[in-house]
Ligand binder design. Structure first.
Ligand SMILES: Cc1cc2nc3c(=O)[nH]c(=O)nc-3n(C[C@H](O)[C@H](O)[C@H](O)COP(=O)(O)O)c2cc1C
Length: 357
């Protein structure tokens, strides 16, 4: 139990990362919260009308606190169909391979309206709200906090953490380069903000006064104990929760994580248009030098491909988002995972307590 746990109303310093794209189901979020951690919803790709229903689905399963998360970032403006041609042509063979109609030029809006999503969150008043890939405006953060919502944001460098603190957030998620999926870099070139979890956690803890949550490559209690030692007040785990029974990840995605024996992850922009870490597969290898559209246009264009690959159990054409410690992934229910993580954290802390230095 840390001061942040008290602030968020949770019993153990474990946050199940919000993961947009259907992984974070009401069952997963509620199970983690019921187990004493903080379950969180990734709602970045969810339309505002559907966001409220999702919150109700969790509230019907647990009275414990939970979090919701969206992307607050600059999205690409309208792109002429002629300018999309090269990127669409590069995708065509994969659509053919799955028997799908070849992709057509995407038309705006390419993603849900972020202002409308923020308004939905104001109405929903979730216990915790976090934003990713950018920053929410200070007046929105203030408004949500006045409604009793605890607000956090992701930082991948000290400048971002200081900026978030100046905007008035309650806590900051320091996200290391090991992290699976998209990283929240917004003030720097993402490829120049590749500080690992150990370093970024410590740097951010020293740079800001608000509580820090560490994320990236944390898969077991030893990892949680390590970031607590660095001064983090909780750990946010994404990849570890993807294979859980209650997770909405495809069977092929779950199987790829469980089968991993080494870190074979790399960063690609070819699925969404923004850099994100996943297990290397045929699509990532072959598309490495192909043209792509900016975020979120590439994401919307590849959506049918990823959905069809998931349905067909084809891990070659699917985004297999995972962090660098993926070989530590295990199959279990979310409650079993949270219980195991707590036990391992206690063991790691006890082991360290016996060391004499
Ligand atoms: C499949 C997947 C999807 C993710 N989607 C989101 C998201 O929607 N919002 C967000 O803030 N973070 C997202 N993340 C990043 C997590 O918040 C967290 O930083 C990351 O999972 C930590 O690294 P780990 O995967 O090694 O635990 C995602 C991560 C994964 C693995």
């Amino acid at each position: 139990m840390t001061p942040l746990c008290k602030q968020l109303g949770i019993e153990v310093p474990i946050i199940q990362a919000p993961m947009a794209g259907g992984i974070t189901t009401p069952e997963l979020v509620a199970a983690v919260s019921e187990a004493g951690g903080l379950g969180s919803f990734g709602l970045a790709y969810t339309q505002p009308e559907a966001m409220q229903r999702t919150a109700e689905a969790v509230r019907s399963r647990t009275r414990k606190p939970f979090g919701v998360n969206i992307f607050v970032c600059e999205n690409a403006g309208a792109i002429e169909p002629s300018e999309q041609r090269g990127a669409l042509d590069a995708l065509a063979p994969y659509f053919d391979a799955l028997g799908l109609k070849r992709p057509e030029a995407a038309k705006p809006p390419y993603a849900p309206d972020q202002n409308a999503q923020l308004e939905a969150i104001e109405t929903m008043r979730p216990p915790v709200f976090t934003f990713h890939l950018g920053h929410a405006p200070a007046d929105r953060i203030r408004g949500l906090r006045e409604k009793g919502v605890k607000v956090g944001g992701s930082a991948t460098c000290v400048a971002e953490a200081r900026h978030l603190e100046s905007l008035g957030v309650d806590f900051i998620i320091a996200q290391g380069a090991e992290a699976g999926g998209h990283r929240g870099t917004y003030l720097r070139d993402p490829y120049e903000a590749m500080t690992g979890t150990l370093a970024i956690t410590r740097l951010v803890v020293r740079a800001v006064k608000v509580p820090v949550v560490a994320a990236g490559g944390i898969m077991d209690g030893a990892g949680i104990a390590a970031v607590l030692a660095l001064g983090a007040q909780a750990a946010q785990l994404g990849t570890a929760f993807v294979p859980c029974t209650e997770s909405g990840a495809s069977a092929a995605h779950k199987a790829a994580l469980i089968a991993a024996e080494d870190d074979t992850t790399l960063i690609t922009e070819k699925f969404s248009g923004k850099p994100a870490r996943g297990i290397v597969n045929r699509y990532m290898r072959e598309m490495a030098d192909a043209p792509h559209l900016p975020f979120p246009v590439q994401n919307s264009v590849t959506q049918p491909l990823r959905a069809a690959a998931a349905k067909a159990g084809n891990a070659d054409l699917l985004s297999l988002w995972a962090g660098q410690a993926v070989p530590l992934a295990r199959s279990s229910s979310a409650a079993e995972l949270v219980a195991a993580l707590c036990e391992e954290t206690r063991e790691a802390l006890a082991r360290l307590g016996q060391l004499r230095v």
